[in-house]
Design a protein around this ligand. Structure first.
Ligand SMILES: Nc1ncnc2c1ncn2[C@@H]1O[C@H](COP(=O)(O)OP(=O)(O)O)[C@@H](O)[C@H]1O
Ligand SMILES: CC(=O)OP(=O)(O)O
Ligand SMILES: [Mg+2]
Length: 431
């Protein structure tokens, strides 16, 4: 039986929602997709595509919320509500005449703890995921607010399924996921590397393997998901071998408002009383002052005053703090590429850029590839600048030709919503 499925991806600065029509044993077909971006750099913008055609191109979300009499778009839940109303009021989207036509909602939940498969959201799963909220302070709580709304407003008939960013990284070997701390405490409290952006890495692995004409379980790559949150992943034989995020999405690369990895002692020298609860804590989220500083008041926001990496890229030649942020990011990313190149013993099929920044900033790609040139990566200036149509998923931006040793440099337009639906369709019981 044909089902209409909604896939909801609540990121730290955006909400992306796609609608699919799905039949058992077939790939889901996307009907429409919308995103509200720039939640951390207002005004938030709305983009809407139906059947791959751009209907609304980055217009202020406010205009739509005013027209439709909705509350202002300030967070993930209001962004989700706006998107749903855009879908429901589109007369050219006959597959979604009303809320009742949605039979499944797939939710991206960044921290899934030890869950190694998507989960049907019951009261028990919901409570368990609420308990994990403090380990993904920018993500789990806003995503669960959307989940609770969907349970109240769409169920029944809709079932809600949680898909986890952390799931893809369940294959990271023990010596890599273990921190050098008291093992007893680590075990009792679940203190280990979990890793995130895994739904995206799962999509990238499939798409790149297909592009290269290789079996998924034979492909090795260094993948970079660079968005408001940024991470790197060493993918060995199609599986996650290592990734830069850790117990929480704070570790590793810096991001829009996140510091990334730094000396763990730094925070005690930054300010006093760091373990006191931040005023930003809520009934669903316990956030210490230390966590608030490192997750919300650091990164591009602290260094430059903006969280928009497009602005940083554009102004880096005239603005020294933006130049510093740009160079700092390229340096940190290049360090991971070097480290993962060694982890993969040099057997790397491709270096892959994805995420809002990775897919759009030709300048950052050029800079990073230049820094890792000694490993056999080289950018093709012309291909790197070329803008690709919406439907293109993977493209090559590396130099080709004479030098056999050159390694591929690819861009992958990642699609976490598609991947979630694909993952859910593999679950028994979904139909
Ligand atoms: N042309 C561009 N050049 C550089 N960065 C861009 C460009 N367009 C968008 N971005 C950045 O992409 C980031 C959003 O990425 P995305 O992966 O969609 O975010 P999220 O982490 O919320 O999922 C923002 O920091 C935004 O500034
Ligand atoms: C895990 C994470 O940081 O996700 P996002 O980049 O979507 O905020
Ligand atoms: Mg994202």
């Amino acid at each position: 039986m044909r089902k209409i499925i909604l896939a909801v991806n609540a990121g730290s600065s955006s909400v992306k929602v796609s609608i699919f029509a799905a039949e058992p044993d077939q790939f889901p077909v996307q009907l429409a997709e919308a995103q509200v971006s720039g939640l951390t750099s207002p005004p938030a913008k709305l983009k809407y595509l139906r059947n791959g055609e751009v209907i609304v191109n980055n217009r202020a979300a406010e205009e739509f919320s005013e027209e439709g009499g909705h509350k202002n778009v300030t967070d993930q839940n209001s962004a989700f509500n706006l998107i749903l109303s855009v879908f429901l009021s589109d007369p050219d989207l006959p597959d979604l005449p009303s809320r009742d036509s949605i039979s499944l909602v797939c939710h991206r939940i960044v921290h899934g703890g030890d869950y190694a498969r998507p989960q049907l959201i019951t009261d028990d799963t919901l409570h368990h995921l609420e308990d994990l909220a403090d380990l993904a302070p920018l993500h789990n709580a806003p995503a669960l607010e959307i989940v609770r709304w969907c349970i109240d407003e769409l169920s029944p008939p809709a079932k809600n399924i949680a898909c986890f960013d952390s799931q893809f990284h369940a294959t990271i070997p023990e010596h890599i996921r273990t921190y050098a701390i008291n093992p007893e405490v680590a075990r009792k409290k679940g203190l280990r590397k979990y890793g995130f952006h895994g739904i995206s890495y799962s999509f990238i692995t499939r798409a790149v393997a297909e592009y290269l004409g290789k079996d998924r379980d034979k492909v090795n790559m260094i993948a970079l998901h660079l968005g408001s949150g940024a991470s790197a992943c060493a993918i060995k034989a199609g599986k996650s071998w290592d990734t830069s995020m850790g117990l929480t999405p704070l570790a590793g690369l810096p991001g829009a408002t996140r510091s990334g990895t730094l000396d763990p002692s730094l925070v005690f020298h930054y300010t006093s009383n760091v373990s006191r609860l931040s005023h930003l804590s809520t009934s669903h989220l316990h956030l210490t002052r230390a966590e608030a500083i490192l997750n919300l008041d650091s990164g591009w926001k602290a260094l430059t005053g903006t969280t928009d990496f497009g602005t940083i890229t554009k102004n880096r030649d005239s603005n020294p703090s933006m130049r510093l942020a740009f160079d700092l990011f390229a340096n940190r990313v290049a360090n991971y590429i070097g480290s993962y190149y060694v982890a993969l013993e040099g057997k790397v099929d491709a270096l892959v850029f994805a995420g809002g920044i990775g897919e759009r900033s030709a300048e950052l790609r050029r800079e990073i590839v230049k820094l890792v040139g000694c490993l056999g990566f080289e950018i093709d200036e012309e291909r790197n600048e070329q803008i690709r149509e919406e439907g293109v998923v993977v493209w090559d931006v590396g130099k080709e030709g004479e030098n056999e040793k050159l390694k591929r440099v690819l861009v992958c337009r990642t699609d976490e919503q598609f991947e979630m639906v694909r993952m859910c369709m593999e679950e028994e019981g979904v139909w």
